[in-house]
Ligand binder design. Structure first.
Ligand code: GCU
Length: 455
């Protein structure tokens, strides 16, 4: 066993940092409207497939790309039918015209949807830190290298930090992929031998994957009185109310996943093109929002995320007593911005619904995990949102959901996997369990089209 501790204080842009286990970069103040939470010029290529997609990391509001695909005359319906009910059409531009392919999806519709989700649902994201540091402590334990990475971030109101623990199997030259977990339970320790159902670290590393975890509570305490005390108050004066549309805890957790990704991009032991962000329940809402915004995540896994996660908002309680917008805003007033409260008992007024959030992951790997008895999360509502998201994947020829039928309810306890979309419905109640991980680890989520049969 050995332990090393390194730090570097090297100014420059993130893309310039390629060596070593730690990095610092200064970013020109990026406090423009729209929440530029991501490095604006970073490009990423999805996996090994090659046929599809080089996407801008942040869509922002930049319409200056010169695309002129918004052809007058191709009018789209305002709604689509999902499970027999009407929902907003993800492929309809605000002009009323139709999205006709990947170019208009990526350059026109994605920015519109992101702006709507920021304004009405999750709040504006925090901007990029003006300064970011990575302090890395490395320990080799058996077949695993554990790195404790302290991620320092600075905003106009001060500096703070949060930790990421990263377990890298040494058996292969580069891990098959990396699961980055947003964890609100604080239950993941630093023992590489741990193997709970929730975080089966040794099972994951034995399968050849790296596993990284950040503690949501370090980013924004999960508490209505103190949620600003993590990273939010580094960017907002603590003595002032947050703007009505500022992101709250869920937004901060998603932002933290992107800052963790900033580090993973610099780690020579990690393939940055194969990082999946995963979260369960409230953290599953955050993982989906992180993956919708940050196209550096090659896979986006949302487990039992329910209301304001994978569940369609317009279904209300789904006939099963599921959590509605009004209930979530009342029980967890620190998760979402004030603007979201306008939709309490008024979901039909939302300009978006959650199938469009999932659609923002296209053409990257979307993974939705539900459970039969998780009625608070409305598993049928999660299923229907997944079905609706396929519209965006169809633009890439990747609309196969793996389901065979769009009718509820699908076969339980098996993965349904298309070339870029994955779904499963586990028997039992709310939770992230070994049975869920068995499906996430089966086949290869990071290689499009691989391992489809029987998954
Ligand atoms: C509550 C809440 C859900 C949330 C869940 C969890 O049940 O209503 O929205 O997903 O907690 O995070 O476990």
């Amino acid at each position: 066993m050995y332990t090393s501790n390194r730090r570097c204080d090297r100014p420059g842009r993130l893309r310039a940092v390629t060596q070593g286990k730690c990095a610092l970069f200064l970013v020109a103040a990026v406090f423009a409207a729209g929440g530029a939470a991501l490095p604006p010029e970073t490009k990423t290529e999805f996996g090994p497939v090659g046929a599809v997609s080089e996407l801008d990391v942040d869509d922002g509001d930049d319409r200056s790309s010169g695309f002129s695909v918004d052809v007058p005359g191709i009018v789209a319906d305002a709604t689509i039918s999902i499970g027999g009910d009407d929902y907003p059409n993800p492929l309809r531009l605000q002009s009323g015209n139709a999205v006709d392919g990947p170019d208009s999806w990526e350059n026109l519709r994605r920015p519109e949807l992101l702006a709507d989700f920021r304004e009405h649902v999750y709040g504006q994201s925090l901007p990029l830190p003006t300064e970011q540091t990575f302090d890395v402590s490395t320990t080799e334990i058996g077949d695993v290298v554990r790195k404790t990475v302290t991620i320092g971030v600075t905003g106009p109101e001060g500096s703070g930090s949060f930790d990421m623990t990263l377990f890298v199997p040494t058996g292969e030259s580069t891990p098959r992929g990396t699961f980055l977990m947003i964890d609100h339970r604080g239950s993941v320790g630093d023992d590489p031998g741990q193997s709970s159902g929730y975080a089966p670290v040794s099972t994951i590393t034995d399968a050849g994957y790296a596993f990284a975890v950040i503690d949501a509570n370090d980013l924004a305490p999960d508490d209505s009185g103190s949620y600003r005390d993590g990273v939010i108050n580094l960017f907002h004066p603590s003595g002032q109310d947050l703007p009505d549309d500022a992101g709250r805890a869920i937004s901060a957790w998603a932002w933290g996943a992107s800052r963790a990704m900033d580090y993973l991009e610099t780690d020579p032991d990690i393939d940055p093109a194969k990082v999946g962000v995963i979260g369960h329940s409230r953290s599953g809402k955050a993982s989906l929002w992180a993956g919708a915004q940050d196209t550096r995540f090659a896979a986006v896994i949302t487990n039992n995320s329910g209301s304001t996660g994978a569940k369609l908002a317009r279904r209300g309680d789904g006939g099963v007593g599921a959590e509605t917008v009004a209930r979530i805003n009342s029980a967890f007033p620190h998760w979402f911005p004030q603007t979201y409260r306008e939709y309490n008992d008024n979901e039909s007024a939302l300009p978006v619904d959650q199938h469009e959030l999932m659609a923002l992951v296209a053409p990257r790997r979307l993974v939705v995990g539900s459970a039969t008895d998780d009625s608070n999360a409305d598993p049928q509502g999660e299923f229907l949102a997944y079905v609706g998201a396929a519209r965006a994947y169809e633009l890439y020829g990747l609309g196969d959901t793996g389901l065979g039928s769009n009718d509820w309810r699908p076969e339980t306890d098996r993965g349904h996997r298309g070339p870029a979309m994955s779904y499963h419905l586990r028997s039992g109640g709310h939770g992230l369990s070994g049975a869920d991980w068995d499906i996430y680890l089966d086949g290869d989520l990071f290689s499009r089209g691989a391992g489809r049969a029987g998954l």
